[in-house]
Design a protein around this ligand. Structure first.
Ligand code: B12
Length: 232
């Protein structure tokens, strides 16, 4: 490689570095992403800003080109892998705010769906806000949710779906909770790119959350309402 091609990440200013990180995420370069994350943190960026302004912003570009048929599954997997490398560095930092214990959440991606980046982000942000999170991973059938609700006794159930073909499964889970007479024991939050508020209402969720920050705010809101109810 010639010298001109060799980009030294630490010599770029913030704006150039973020731009380069978006390119590196696009190219699935995990080590470069990890290095970029560390440089931004050393420069005093908050973990949340690194997450949203570099990683999530970069993944949005990947998403557009995947949709438009410019990128394909193998490339997107590499990008996702690079993103996870960066997220692994940020996770302990987002969780170490020492926030008081807010409540407990069980979260999982629904059956047939293996997308987990958004779910993982929600888990990280919830932990950072003081929630205890039990992550069931991907491809969860209704039985897996029921088992976890029974054994973990959370306040909140979170479900994630990224495919229009898997999002209806959330209704299967909620309907099963209704049948068993336990629907109102939990605050049910749903999320994922193809969902919207109307869908959340239609399937009987308590709320649809557009992103991880909204998920945290919504969860806090419900917890304080629950708390007031118990005291009132
Ligand atoms: C990365 C990716 C993949 C990776 C997943 C890697 C992984 N470990 O997750 C791989 C390559 C494996 C993949 C596979 C497939 N994918 Co894909 N994928 C994506 C992509 C590009 C990005 C998703 C992502 O990570 N976004 C970044 C995160 C941060 O955002 P997010 O997931 O939306 O999460 C945020 C919010 O939605 C919300 N949220 C999410 N979950 C939850 C849960 C709760 C409780 C709450 C409160 C909030 C919340 O908060 C999150 C953080 O802010 C999207 C494009 C897109 N626009 O979404 C396509 C996309 C979702 N995939 C798509 C498709 C079609 C597929 C495949 C079917 C492709 C194929 N032909 O094989 C397979 C399906 C596999 C399966 N059975 O699940 C389509 C779906 C189209 C549709 N209408 O259904 C999309 C939209 C791309 C497109 N436009 O064509 N994919």
């Amino acid at each position: 490689m010639s010298e001109e091609d060799d980009i030294i990440l630490s010599e770029l200013d913030d704006e150039e570095l973020v731009q380069q990180m978006m390119d590196d995420l696009y190219d699935g370069l995990k080590e470069e992403i990890e290095e970029g994350v560390n440089i931004l943190l050393e420069r005093g960026w908050t973990p949340y800003d690194v997450l949203t302004k570099a990683l999530v912003a970069g993944m949005t570009i990947v998403g557009h080109d995947f949709r438009d048929g410019i990128l394909f599954v193998p490339e997107v997997l590499l990008a996702a892998n690079a993103m996870k490398g960066g997220m692994a560095i940020l996770k302990p930092l987002l969780a170490e705010t020492g926030a008081p214990r807010m409540g407990k959440m069980v979260i999982g991606t629904v059956k047939g769906d293996i997308h987990d980046i958004g779910k993982n982000l929600v888990s990280m942000m919830m932990e950072g806000a003081g929630f205890e999170v039990v992550d069931l991973g991907i491809n969860n059938a209704v039985e897996a949710y029921l088992e976890a609700l029974d054994s973990e006794k959370p306040d909140i159930l979170g479900m994630s779906a990224l495919l229009t073909t898997t999002m209806p499964y959330m209704k299967v889970v909620i309907d099963t909770l209704k049948e068993k007479g336990i629907r109102d024991d939990y605050v049910v939050l749903v999320g994922g790119a193809p969902l919207n508020e109307e869908f959340g209402r239609a399937i009987g969720a308590d709320a649809y959350c557009r992103d991880a920050a909204v998920a945290v705010e919504t969860a806090k809101d419900f917890m304080s309402r629950r708390h007031n109810q118990m005291n009132g």
